[in-house]
Design a protein around this ligand. Structure first.
Ligand SMILES: [Zn+2]
Ligand SMILES: [Zn+2]
Length: 253
């Protein structure tokens, strides 16, 4: 399995928190940076996009993506997400006001994107991968994803405060090579993490006690302006397998 972390041209800027992962070139998890990180040919190669939730940093390049692949894809790109997430896309994004409704363009029978509801705990087999959405604890309905093939796997928690199910899934997974989770605010802003349902480095340390697998842990979603404060806090945790999820990183399992 080849996992590519989709960076964005924002570099050190706000764009750092735009979230996107690409698996084997054809399956994306979240769509925060698809059009910033990928060539048109690479965008066209994507067949499935699994969204974790409706927040803008996870979906914001989806409209530009639909425009970029228009005329180049010969079958609809499947957008897999919770019903609440799909509903948000329909009502607030692809609503003909913010962006054309590419779920019926060029025709309802052969659109650019097709919505497909996911059910937490159910495993979906696409492109030789097994993908299982797992509910997490965030402001809106949100799932993390366990992604596996025959010999490898990783788990992406997406945005979450304290939660259990993803750790149970990681501990029970047949193959686990990487655990990706978040830390969003410095320890001094624990109140903000609490109201926005995210983690601080200190809360992350508590959470990681639930992970019983000795696998690398990669942290994402740091608030760009708070990185100078957060990086020493993450380092001070002294976790032997913890690192930042670097933009444009490529993992081969
Ligand atoms: Zn979020
Ligand atoms: Zn986010």
């Amino acid at each position: 399995m080849i996992l590519r972390v989709l960076g964005c041209s924002g570099g050190e800027a706000e764009g750092d928190r735009l979230t996107g992962l690409l698996v084997n070139g054809t399956v994306a998890l979240d769509a925060g940076s698809l059009t910033l990180a990928l060539t048109i040919a690479e965008q066209v190669a994507i067949r499935h996009i699994f969204l974790s939730h409706s927040h803008l940093d996870h979906i914001c390049t989806l409209p530009f993506y639909t425009k970029n692949v228009f005329g180049h894809v010969h079958a609809p790109v499947e957008i897999h997400a919770l019903p609440e997430t799909l509903d948000a896309l329909r009502r607030h994004l692809f609503n003909d006001e913010i962006w054309p409704d590419f779920s019926v363009i060029p025709s309802p029978d052969a659109p650019i994107i097709r919505y497909s509801e996911v059910e937490p705990g159910h495993t979906y087999e696409v492109e030789g991968l097994r993908i299982t959405p797992i509910p997490v604890n965030h402001l809106v309905p949100t799932v993390g994803y366990l992604v596996e093939d025959e010999r490898s796997g990783f788990l992406f928690t997406s945005d979450t405060a304290e939660t259990d199910a993803v750790y149970e899934a990681a501990n029970g997974a047949k193959h686990l090579d990487l655990f990706i989770t978040e830390a969003s605010f410095p320890n001094e802003q624990a109140w903000l993490a609490e109201v926005s349902k995210h983690l601080t480095p200190a809360k992350l340390a508590q959470e990681l006690k639930k992970l019983k697998r000795a696998v690398p842990v990669a942290v994402y979603h740091l608030t760009p302006g708070d990185k100078p404060v957060m990086l020493p806090q993450i380092e001070a945790l002294g976790h032997p397998r913890l690192s930042l999820l670097e933009q444009d990183a490529i993992f081969e399992f």
